[in-house]
Design a protein around this ligand. Structure first.
Ligand SMILES: [Zn+2]
Length: 200
């Protein structure tokens, strides 16, 4: 299993937006993440080799990147002013971040409603895996998923869906995973649905 420790990550939270095709406003869009909302704090669900953070991206979101071997968890919409001292220290010193490290509370930040502002305090978390390092598991779970049946998908889910796929440079999609070019690492990465069958 790629990711476990579900109950550790955001205790007491509930899923507010699922992974995948989301037809509701401000969509339609592909939500390549899971949103969880709750009053408590977030904790690292597994061990990471390194953490980095971006106080404010172009959309006004704060982003925490937790980097492991062949995998990465990105958490958006955080109140980084409240980032836990332990995690701040780990980031500053480039130290390992063990599972169960307190991250801090989920926030309600960003410039656009489409990012986070106005949608309530929540964490938008995206779990990337390196397709080469997880080839066997991905093959097992994602047989027959490649998007080369674009007409078939368009007939089923509509033009907005296929337009979104093109816009986001998505090369494959199903309810379990999305393969796309990662704009930061410039590598093809797989975003896995950490709810449906991936353990979290
Ligand atoms: Zn989200």
């Amino acid at each position: 299993m790629l990711l476990s420790h579900a109950s550790v990550f955001f205790p007491g939270s509930v899923i507010t937006t699922r992974f995948g095709w989301d037809p509701t406003p401000p969509g339609p869009r592909i939500h390549h993440a899971i949103d969880r909302a709750g009053p408590g704090d977030l904790y690292t669900p597994e061990d990471y080799l390194r953490a980095t953070w971006i106080p404010k991206d172009a959309q006004g979101n704060t982003i925490l990147r937790l980097i492991g071997e062949g995998r990465e968890l990105r958490i958006y919409h955080l109140y980084l002013t409240e980032l836990s001292p332990t995690l701040r220290e780990a980031i500053g010193l480039g130290k390992d971040v063990p599972a169960g490290t307190k991250i801090g509370p989920a926030g309600n930040v960003g410039i656009f409603v489409a990012s986070a502002k106005g949608t309530g305090r929540h964490a938008h978390y995206v779990y990337y895996v390196d397709p080469q390092q997880h080839e066997e598991e991905l093959d097992k779970r994602l047989t027959g998923w490649q998007i080369n049946r674009i007409k078939e998908i368009e007939a089923k889910l509509g033009r907005a869906f296929t337009d979104e796929i093109k816009k986001r440079e998505i090369s494959a999609y199903n309810d379990l995973a999305i393969t796309k070019l990662d704009p930061w690492t410039k590598r093809v990465r797989v975003i896995v649905n950490t709810y449906a069958g991936w353990g979290m």
